[in-house]
Design a protein. Structure first.
Length: 74
């Protein structure tokens, strides 16, 4: 069975990595203004959006399971 704590830890690391990549890409794009840096920023922003979406879905799934367990106990 999947450990939700391990999954949550992996998702947290993924979001943190995406955020730092986005920050770095934003700084590079702001400093140079080259099309390649703007493309890298766009890619980093897409990765951040994907990571955030996956994190949100993981939290929603965990909430649903917890709610089902509580409802089952009552």
């Amino acid at each position: 069975m999947i450990s939700f704590k391990a999954l949550q830890h992996q998702l947290d690391n993924s979001v943190a990595h995406s955020q730092s990549g986005l920050d770095d890409a934003a700084m590079d794009a702001a400093e140079s203004g080259s099309p390649e840096d703007f493309r890298a920023f766009t890619d980093a922003a897409q990765k951040m959006a994907t990571s955030t979406s996956v994190m949100s879905e993981g939290l929603r799934a965990e909430h649903g399971l917890t709610k089902s367990i509580i409802d089952g106990i009552q």
